[in-house]
Design a protein around this ligand. Structure first.
Ligand SMILES: Nc1ncnc2c1ncn2[C@@H]1O[C@H](COP(=O)(O)OP(=O)(O)OP(=O)(O)O)[C@@H](O)[C@H]1O
Ligand SMILES: [Mg+2]
Length: 253
């Protein structure tokens, strides 16, 4: 079992402190975890801190996996390299490994992830010639190809159309069920979060303000605190919870 826990974690850019003491309950592998919060709340910063790209006091406690098992997909994935999609996914698989020799299983892993994400037809295309959504799908393939046990994805569906969002979230749901990995996703669409993420961590103003089962965390009181909007959670005709935004509270437009 892979677990991740933050214990009084500080994160800062130089002297600018974003988190003083971020603490979370233990996040367990095998389920999707959402990281939610308003713009500039500190979601990307928390991911960078967990990924070891930012300094600070406190402990990022990982069990059942090592730092080499962690893959972090940033919010803005630069793709300037003159590589084909296939080459770039091979390169991502070799990250952190010694030597360039490819085992047959590794090539099969590249084919499998391109198939799963429905982008096998792009394999020979140059990265520079892809659309924004296609680039995002390739980033997801690069992130998952080595079957990492700990995955941090910063808004992985932000450039995708409605169907592709659905498809990617289903791929991620299947991935955690198959591998027992931790996959933590920063997402803004709270209806998607309620549909696929069993656990949610909410951050605001450099603090973890709530963490636990998604349907307990995402209640109208917290949503008003995070986003300043009045909302309702209603059950749709098929029994799924849906969030509806009614507007801003009076006097707080
Ligand atoms: N490189 C940086 N140097 C200094 N401050 C930064 C840097 N990157 C982000 N910040 C600041 O840190 C705070 C948190 O930013 P962060 O990018 O973590 O927010 P976020 O929750 O990911 O927001 P969004 O939903 O817009 O992606 C913001 O006030 C931001 O201006
Ligand atoms: Mg961000």
């Amino acid at each position: 079992m892979v677990t991740l826990e933050l214990d009084r974690v500080e994160a800062r850019y130089g002297r600018k402190v974003i988190y003083q003491e971020a603490t979370t309950p233990v996040v367990r592998g095998g389920e999707l975890t959402a990281l939610v919060g308003p713009n500039a709340a500190g979601k990307s910063t928390l991911f960078r801190r967990i990924a070891g790209q930012l300094a600070g006091a406190g402990t990022v406690r990982i069990t059942g996996a090592s730092a080499a098992d962690l893959r972090y997909m940033p919010q803005d994935t630069g793709m300037n390299a003159a590589l084909s999609v296939y080459e770039s996914v091979i390169l991502a698989m070799k990250q952190g490994k010694v030597g360039w020799r490819l085992a047959a299983g590794e090539l099969a892993a590249v084919d499998t992830i391109l198939d799963r994400l429905n982008i096998a037809a792009l394999a020979e295309r140059q990265l520079a010639e892809l659309s924004g959504g296609q680039r995002q799908l390739v980033s997801i393939a690069q992130t998952l190809v080595s079957r990492p046990k700990l995955v941090l994805m910063d808004e992985p569906t932000s450039a995708l159309d409605l169907y592709r969002q659905y498809e990617v979230l289903e791929v991620l749901r299947a991935y955690v069920a198959e591998t027992g990995a931790i996959v933590m996703l920063a997402l803004h669409d709270l209806n998607q979060v309620m549909r696929v993420c069993t656990t949610t961590i909410a951050v605001a103003d450099g603090q973890v303000v709530a963490a636990g089962p998604t349907l307990e965390v995402l209640n109208p009181v917290l949503i008003r605190r995070l986003y300043g909007v009045v909302s309702r959670i209603e059950t749709c005709s098929r029994g799924c919870p849906m969030m509806i935004v009614d507007g801003a509270p009076q006097g707080n437009a």
